[in-house]
Design a protein around this ligand. Sequence first.
Ligand code: ZN
Length: 241
Amino acid sequence: MRESFSQKVKNQTAAAEIRKKCCRHTLSDMAVDAVPGPERLRDIWEKCRCDGCRAVFFRELFRICGSVTDPKKSYQLDFSLEDPESAVFLRDCLGEAGFSFGSSVRKGRSVLWLRDSGSVEDFLAYLGATSASFDVMNAKIDREFRGNVNRQVNFDTANIEKQLKAVRKYADAVECLKAAGRYDLLPEDLRLTGDLRVANEQLNLEELGKLHDPPISKSGVKHRLEKILRAAEELEEESGT
Ligand SMILES: [Zn+2]
């Protein structure tokens, strides 16, 4: 089984080197398998001397009751505690360290959470999970890049649809005139352009112009198609539809 992202974070923080004596002391206080009660938590927190101590305090709690989702899927970091008082206290501690966690109750447990990539990234870095923190940042960049590509694709699709709609407008005019027996009454050059338009839906006006012999300009093509369109509109007005 692949190592979960939570496990990766826990392994990274456990491997982070702890140099200061005060921080090592915090680590030994926190060497437990369950979240200490609120009194004990307060005791340990009050003995924390530096940011390193605080990071150790949080990372050990994270080891016991924390989880974080794979940033490729979502940005979600949780502490899930059985005791609501401990949760309230931990939330205050996190706030003091500059991290503003949301809180809610889920399946009878108190959950403290972060839900945005920036906070998750910062908190993981604070815990000492530097490489996991980079994973979050990279996932965010990837996602933004793909978002931009999608927007470009949507934009292109919209343009193609617009073009096809314009092509159909002229093709409909040709059909309409043919059905009424009026198409053959048009000048030959208009009919030639009209037929080329119907037969080559995928081509733009410039490409269509090159199919003429001799080739004509984009605006020349447009001009002829507009004449066909007007003839069809006149026909419609005549027949009162
Ligand atoms: Zn310390």
